[in-house]
Design a protein around this ligand. Structure first.
Ligand code: TYD
Length: 212
């Protein structure tokens, strides 16, 4: 008898600058692949037309209000979910694990602090075409630790990556996570230790979801 394909798992990474999202996504993807799973790595904003509009606004090429940004991120996220070629839903249905760099937690943290946060939350959470992740891993770092890493790893760094800004963004993420406490599975992982230690902690929260 033919076995139905087992759905993939949907894992989101969030974190402030310098928290090591890229490194940890890489390590988790390798781990899952080594365990024989298929993995699809993706990110928001996406490569869609809407993603292009978002990048123009993020880089200052065009000006958008916070509500416009929140709506555009939501539209981009819907496309990210339902795109029949390589959308999140399609991948999961094919049995592929999806690892996504940023998702609606970022909308709530960034846009939610500049426009009506409850509207941003509801627009994402109540949207029938925006899937809830199996788990969101928030890589947490104090602003001092973050600045230290940024200064160590980059020749130049953007002027706005100040400690105050990092502190504000971290607080916004904590507020966003709190607002989603009832509906979402979020693991706050201390990202201050070595990449291997952080990876081990991530595995301890992800493994129970995988049935490995
Ligand atoms: P980018 O440079 O593509 O990635 P990263 O900072 O993760 O390396 O930047 C994405 C930017 O988009 C980042 O500044 C956060 C912002 N963003 C939002 O404001 N709202 C959202 O919903 C998402 C997904 C991202």
């Amino acid at each position: 008898m033919e076995q139905a394909t087992r759905r993939g798992r949907f894992i989101v990474f969030e974190g402030i600058d310098g928290a090591g999202k890229t490194t940890q996504i890489e390590l988790l993807a390798k781990h899952l692949q080594a365990a024989g799973r298929r993995v699809y790595r993706t990110a928001e904003p996406t490569e869609s037309v809407t993603g292009g509009l978002l990048r123009d606004a993020l880089s200052g090429v065009s000006r958008r209000t916070a509500a416009e940004m929140a709506a555009l991120f939501t539209l981009d996220r819907i496309f990210h979910n339902v795109n029949p070629v390589n959308g999140i839903e399609k991948m999961l249905a094919d049995g592929v694990d999806v690892i996504c760099d940023r998702y609606y937690y970022s909308s709530l943290a960034y846009q939610g602090s500049e426009t009506d946060a409850e509207w941003v939350r509801a627009m994402n959470i109540n949207c029938p075409e925006i899937r809830r992740p199996d788990i969101c891993i928030f890589l947490d770092l104090t602003p001092e630790q973050s600045m230290e890493r940024i200064n160590r790893n980059r020749v130049t760094h953007e002027i706005y990556e100040t400690e105050e800004r990092l502190e504000r963004v971290r607080r916004q993420f904590m507020t966003a996570i709190e607002a989603l406490r009832e509906s979402d599975n979020v693991a706050v992982v201390n990202a201050a230790s070595t990449p291997e230690q952080v990876h081990a902690e991530i595995l301890s929260v992800v493994s129970p979801l995988l049935g490995l």
